[in-house]
Design a protein around this ligand. Sequence first.
Ligand code: G1P
Length: 291
Amino acid sequence: MNIEKAVIPVAGLGTRFLPATLSIPKAMIPVLDQPSLHYCVAEAINSGITKIIFVISENQKDIIENYFSCHDVVVDALRSKGDIESLNKIEEISHIVEMDFVIQETPLGLGHAVLMAKKMVGKNPFAVLLPDDLILGNNPTLKKLCAIHADGNELVLAIKKVAPEAISSLGIIATNDQKGKIRDITGVVEKPSLKKAPSDLAIVGRYILPFQIFQAIENSNEGALGEIQLTDAIGALIPHLGCKGYLFQDKHFDVGIPIGLLKATIHQALKRDDTHDDLVNWLADLSLDKK
Ligand code: G1P
């Protein structure tokens, strides 16, 4: 069955980006000139998703809805200027996909955020994308997850090898497979200590989940950080449904923290013709200053 719906949780307080997040949702802060949420929506669309459900807080709806709607005045101006590149960027995301919004009144954790979308998701399998995880590559990682799902796997997660110091802030998988891009996942644990971590492979913000996840979240107790964790609900389903991990190779940035956003911005600026040379020269001057 094709994956048609995606849930994108954006309701967090964004405390690591204060004071900017006093008035802008974290996912709307740009990586160079494009909000991280735009990358996430584009990845969903390019993976075949036709409906996106944003889990938001009360004050975010207008900002996000407005961003993804059609901007006739801007479009007309760009068209008459012949600025096709900017036009394509805008048209990539507006009106191509159906969007819905559900409010998460209190941020009680990622599992709780996903649970808010239960009614809108219905009984079909669906995707979850976390905009804090920016994955840049030629082929969307979510599309690969969808293909693994189409091969008969109900639970599919993006995974990545991480450094020891990152383990205690991530979801970590257990697996007996030592090789290959697709690993059989036998268990998951949210934010384990380094000592208790079953591997150095972390879950990274892209999931294909069956509708049974909602019941599993409802049955979950408070987990790591006192929150309702999506990882715990996934762990409860694994003995019944199995689970695959896709070890993606593309560039990944944690844009949920300022340094990650800065790195992603530099990465993008180095890839673009209009910013590459200027940035390289400026960085060279910077390193000369240091000497
Ligand atoms: C969430 C998930 C965690 C995952 C991480 C990165 O954690 O709970 O399993 O490894 O995203 O995608 P958070 O960043 O919300 O603490």
